[in-house]
Design a protein around this ligand. Structure first.
Ligand code: IVH
Length: 739
């Protein structure tokens, strides 16, 4: 940037960035209502810092780069900290981490022991204990002066009002100290956030964008009784002022804090090389969501206090610590439009079309909005800047609008009255249903396309050559009649019938030798038909795979019929019991409901489905075309056969025995202890040490929702790297058929 403009220009740009940053700090720290994501804030800070590197005269003491972010609200009394609360410098990648490490090694002449811990996405708090009694709790504020939240802090579970005089602490050489200022992070447990937000919408008419804002809003209440109702927790990560005791290192300090009864983390690790630091970072990058609170990175600290002292600090960050930041999972983007799509059971769902943004490592441009009530509940308008969240492998979700950025041009979404594919008026199937459906199940080309794509999926007939693109090509008019009227025609497909479909012709063009290709005059609206006698490779693949699919297991055919509520788990049990499509079609609701894992809803849904003429026609045409479902003599392996599971903590939808039985009924072995051989650990509320053991051994951890998905769908198939995956596929109806 140097030389790209005059100092006057740089000064103007600097003032602009600084003002923006101060405004964002105020919104974040005081209002608990940020308008930009953390990632965007970091970018602004870096831009300001780069400007100051080019024009050092702009790096004045009151620049945001020289001050700890935050401010003090007028609503709560201000109190000075006994010792300044510093912030942390960031490393966005391994190169920046290495640069920090190199500097540390240069300064102290050796590779020190590093203490690695999680960067808790909460809000910083200092606790002052005098002679073991909690006398004050203060938010960070601007680092020198914070807000007095003592009464609220007393309401937080896990923060002792009195330090314990323990044998362990005596052993470490300290009983109860004369004075200690303990620093840490207050957080809102991730698992409780959604439920809290729904409640908060009802009672306060507002929601929080993320657990951090909920923690900040809850801690900074004027009435401590409100804080007391919130499930806040704390984890401590340092000591400030102290009198009457001495400690040699960060890890030693944690032992002491733990012995006094303060909430330290079990995930702290002391290591002796940068490689081990990187391994720790990589491990928690993968297990980010197995932790009970949100994390936005890892903090690496030089463990030894004497070395910390030698390294010192800048005006706002210690040189002995660095925060390695993970890619943000929340970003803001523009909501360009809300469109609707029809699903395989006719459900018409709105979805968001956004300016493509990178979030948690992938680019996202669409997100489902489920139904019109959710659009209203989320409060989003077309044209809004919205917060988009994509946590790990979870489907991207719009969290809500950034209301403060509206300019008046935004407009409300109006749910259309007709199906986007066939134009039929859409309606609720029965009174009180939120979902609107297109009733034209038989002829709606959209529904047929969706059913066909689902039928070919891994949880149904598993026909690789029949992806979404093929399902579209086979069911939509392409200058003539589509090759399939509906899925009933599927097994009668021939190369001749595919010859007129553009997709299969284009593929042939690619496969064919140059000389084979027929030139299509530009004025042809439809490509000239190819000779059907030379099927393309894609055509051949589809025909071959259809032939192979004819003898798939019976349960897969049952799933393939897109009967509401019938997912793989119920389908397996029904197939095991009834053993043919004919018998399933003739079974009464009572007979079906008596099968294990099949409730009255599923039973009624199956009976209802087979009562429809054209539905029975689908099965008839399949059988006539040579479909011959396989029925293994013993009914086939159960969905969770071969898995060993451990269930720990309290689940809300299952009793302890109920959860065990459900897993066993699906074929899993349920064990009482976690080992490397454990396939999954299901974790409920208050899980205890089995959860920690799972994280330590790298055993996958499931919450209750994950457990239900496992029971419905079985374990995910092993990754198949050669197969291109659509980057963000939108499954607006769960694959378990529970629609
Ligand atoms: S150490 C002098 N350790 O992150 C060292 N901070 O972005 C200062 N934070 O102000 C803090 N987890 O509020 C430390 N394990 C951790 C942390 C942590 C979260 C917060 C803290 C700090 C901010 C800096």
């Amino acid at each position: 940037m140097a030389g790209s403009g005059s100092l006057a220009e740089a000064r103007a740009r600097h003032a602009d960035f600084a003002a923006q940053i101060e405004d964002h700090r105020f919104r974040y720290h005081v209002l608990d209502q940020p308008t930009i994501s953390d990632g965007e804030y970091d970018k602004l800070m870096r831009a300001l810092d780069a400007l100051e590197t080019d024009y050092p005269e702009l790096r004045t003491p009151d620049s945001p780069t020289q001050k700890v972010g935050g401010a003090v609200s007028a609503d709560l009394p201000a109190v000075p900290h006994l010792e300044r609360m510093l912030s942390l410098a960031n490393a966005m990648n391994f190169e920046e981490l290495e640069a920090w490490h190199d500097r540390v090694v240069r300064e102290i002449g050796t590779v020190p022991q590093y203490l690695c811990e999680l960067k808790v996405d909460g809000l910083a708090l200092a606790l002052v204990y005098e002679h073991g009694r909690l006398v004050r709790g203060v938010t960070r504020g601007d680092g020198r002066v914070g807000e007095d939240v003592t009464q609220n802090v007393r309401a937080i579970t896990g923060i002792p009002g009195q330090l314990t005089r323990s044998a362990e602490a005596e052993e470490l050489g300290v009983g109860v100290p004369e004075l200690v200022e303990v620093r840490g992070e207050v957080y809102f447990p991730s698992a409780l956030f959604d439920e809290f937000n729904a409640h908060s919408q009802e009672t306060e008419g507002r929601t929080y964008a993320n657990p951090r804002n909920a923690a900040a809003g809850s801690l900074r209440q004027k009435d401590p009784r409100i804080t007391a109702q919130r499930p806040l927790r704390m984890v401590v990560h340092g000591i400030g002022a102290r009198k009457g005791f001495d400690v040699a290192s960060q890890s030693h300090a944690y032992e002491l804090l733990r012995a006094w009864g303060l909430p330290t983390s079990d995930r702290v690790k002391v290591v002796s090389s940068l490689d081990e630091v990187k391994q720790y970072i990589e491990y928690y990058g993968k297990h980010r969501h197995d932790v009970e609170h949100e994390i936005d990175g890892v903090v690496v600290k030089v463990d030894d206090f004497a070395l910390q002292g030698r390294l010192g600090a800048t005006s706002k960050d210690p040189r002995w610590a660095i925060a390695f930041k993970y890619p943000p999972e929340e970003v803001t983007t523009k909501l360009l439009d809300i469109k609707v799509q029809v699903g395989r059971t006719g459900r018409v769902t709105p979805y968001a079309v956004m300016s493509p943004v990178k979030v948690a490592g992938s680019t996202v441009a669409f997100a489902t909005l489920h139904n019109k009530e959710i659009v209203v509940r989320k409060g989003v308008l077309i044209g809004d800047t919205v917060i988009l969240r994509k946590a790990g492998d979870v489907i991207p979700e719009i969290v809500g609008p950034v209301v403060d950025l509206r300019d008046g041009t935004e407009r409300e979404f109006v749910m259309p009255e007709n199906c986007p594919d066939c134009g039929t008026p859409i309606a609720a199937q029965k009174e009180g249903d939120v979902d609107l459906r297109c009733p034209n199940a038989r002829y709606c080309p959209g529904q047929i396309r969706e059913r066909l794509a689902y039928l070919a999926g891994r949880t149904a007939l598993d026909i690789e050559a029949l992806g979404y693109e093929a399902a579209t090509a086979l069911t939509q008019p392409d200058g003539g009649e589509p090759p399939l009227r509906d899925e009933g025609d599927l097994f009668e497909l021939t190369a001749e019938k595919l010859a007129d479909v553009t997709m299969y012709q284009q593929a042939r063009g690619k496969d064919a030798k140059e000389g084979d290709r027929e030139l299509v005059p530009y004025f042809f609206t439809k490509p000239a038909p190819k000779k059907p006698s030379v099927p393309t490779k894609t055509t051949e693949q589809l025909i071959e795979q259809l032939e192979a699919a004819k003898t798939r297991d019976l349960w897969r055919f049952l799933v393939a019929l897109s009967i509401r509520h019938v997912g793989p788990s119920a389908a397996r049990e029904i197939a095991r019991e009834l053993r043919s499509l004919d018998r399933i079609g003739q079974a009464s609701a009572e007979e079906l409901a008596s099968i294990e894992g099949v409730g009255p809803t599923i039973a009624a849904s199956i009976v209802e489905w087979f009562a429809v003429d054209w539905h029975r026609g689908i099965v008839k045409r399949w059988l006539a075309a040579g479909v011959n479902p396989a029925v293994p003599a013993d009914g086939g392996p159960r969905l969770l056969a071969g898995l060993t599971m451990v269930i720990t903590g309290t689940l809300t939808g299952f009793s302890r025995d109920g959860a065990k039985e459900a897993a066993q009924a699906a074929g899993a072995k349920v064990s009482g202890s976690v080992s490397k051989k454990t396939s999954y650990v299901v974790v409920g509320e208050n899980p205890g040490s089995k959860h920690d053991k799972a994280v330590e051994l790298g055993v996958p951890v499931l919450d209750e929702a994950g457990f239900r998905t496992l029971l419905e769908q079985g374990p995910p198939p092993a990754p198949q790297p050669e197969e291109p995956q659509p980057e963000e596929s939108q499954s607006e109806e769960p694959a378990d058929g529970a629609v």
